[in-house]
Design a protein around this ligand. Structure first.
Ligand SMILES: Nc1ncnc2c1ncn2[C@@H]1O[C@H](COP(=O)(O)OP(=O)(O)O)[C@@H](O)[C@H]1O
Ligand SMILES: [Mg+2]
Length: 393
């Protein structure tokens, strides 16, 4: 890396500026092949509907563990028509230099692989979790507009992604809890009654349930602080957030060990009813994220569509700032179709916050006009029919 590039990677506010300096796609969604060179500044992608803007953001979201910003099945991602393989290759740039990240589906003798693999500097990584050591990617998409009125499972997943950005081991813990829970459900299904088997699984479930719930509580408490640190008269209303869950609530009034014992005892006592239901009727797999519009003291679900969006933007920005503070690195922020729905004052405030943070934020819109205030401070691209070309502000 050149010295100039290294200097640019040192950000305002003592944060290490982490962003992509290159992105290549092969057989990804509507892209047969794409190669982009990038600077550390915000990236603005404009073009007609269906051009491939969200697909580009989705590609970047695969530089984080999980199913990406669309929660897609892996088979949807490979370009049609094609052989089912796809690849995303990114050059990650930070003050220490560049790292080559690769992910995608390769071809095995039996056909496309069933899991996406991850490579770091061309060496296979044991899991996609390794990506969290290198960068944090956070996003906000139009699909999240119904978050406050929709299913609790979506809010819980949203919360768990917020936790994951702060605590990379959270994802594995949630998965391990769910695996243990499924094993217990299987015992019910198979009509087993051996108490020792149940006790062993329930001990595991209780330990993991407490770890998951404690990590969520910690994240909520840190996020509350980050939200409180934003100016009261800011452009996005302060959210009052909490987590509604049995184990999370128990942790408010007892030590982790006490709660673990109680959860394990409750599971044992609930075996009979759980068997009838075919599943565990309480636990962190049923928790919900509760959001209240602070200034109005109204539940988020009762707010107008615009107010809900503003609340969500406020939460995502506070979380991005918190992630930056805790890791010392700027996160990569993906904001799909956010700017066009804000009035000029809020949009200017959003850009100000993002530029202040120094993060590489990727923003999309059909028209460049809403982004004109970013002229000279962002890199503009025109996206049309899976072709991406540099454009003027
Ligand atoms: N697996 C795929 N193979 C080929 N094209 C795809 C695939 N998945 C999505 N597309 C196409 O990508 C386009 C949508 O791209 P998208 O990035 O969502 O557009 P926008 O620019 O509006 O955000 C659609 O035309 C869709 O048909
Ligand atoms: Mg789109």
């Amino acid at each position: 890396m050149s010295e100039a590039a290294a200097q640019k990677a040192e950000s305002a506010g003592g944060l290490r500026r982490v962003g992509l300096s290159g992105l290549k796609l092969a057989q990804f969604r509507n892209y047969a092949a794409l190669s982009l060179r990038l600077g550390p500044e915000p990236v603005v992608l404009t073009g007609p509907n269906g051009a491939g803007k969200t697909n580009l953001l989705e590609a970047v979201s695969f530089l984080s563990p999980g199913r990406g910003l669309r929660r897609a099945r892996l088979t949807e991602i490979a370009r049609h028509p094609g052989d089912g393989t796809w690849a995303v290759a990114a050059t990650l740039c930070d003050p220490d230099g560049e790292t080559e990240l690769g992910t995608g589906i390769a071809l095995s003798p039996e056909g496309p692989e069933r899991q996406r693999s991850v490579r770091v500097n061309r060496a296979p990584a044991p899991s996609s979790q390794a990506l969290l050591d290198l960068c944090r990617v956070v996003w906000l998409t139009p699909a999240m507009d119904g978050l406050f009125t929709g299913a609790a499972s979506d809010r819980r997943r949203f919360l768990d992604r917020l936790v994951l950005a702060l605590d990379p081991t959270h994802g594995e813990r949630v998965n391990a809890y769910e695996r243990a829970m499924r094993s217990r459900n299987r015992l019910f299904e198979e009509g087993r009654t051996d108490a020792r088997w149940f006790s062993a699984i329930e001990a595991q479930m209780a330990e993991l349930a407490v770890a998951v719930a404690a990590a969520r509580r910690e994240c909520i408490s840190l996020l509350e602080g980050a939200i409180a640190a934003q100016p009261v008269d800011g452009p996005f209303p302060a959210a009052v957030i909490s987590v509604d869950g049995t184990v999370e609530t128990m942790l408010a009034g007892a030590t982790a060990t006490e709660v673990e014992d109680r959860v394990q005892a409750d599971l044992a006592a609930g075996r009979h009813a759980d068997r009838a239901a075919g599943r565990a009727r309480s636990g962190p797999h049923l928790s919900d994220l509760v959001v209240v519009h602070g200034p109005k003291a109204a539940p988020a679900a009762e707010c107008s569509t615009g107010e809900q969006k503003a609340l969500l933007i406020g939460i995502v920005l506070a979380h991005a700032r918190l992630t930056a503070q805790l890791t010392g690195d700027t996160p990569i922020i993906l904001l799909d179709e956010v700017a066009a729905h804000l009035d000029a004052a809020r949009r200017a405030a959003l850009f100000g916050i993002l530029l202040d943070l120094g993060a590489q934020v990727w923003m999309t819109g059909t028209e460049p006009a809403p982004f004109s205030a970013l002229g000279g401070q962002a890199q503009f691209f025109r996206v049309e029919d899976a072709m991406v070309t540099p454009a003027d502000a």
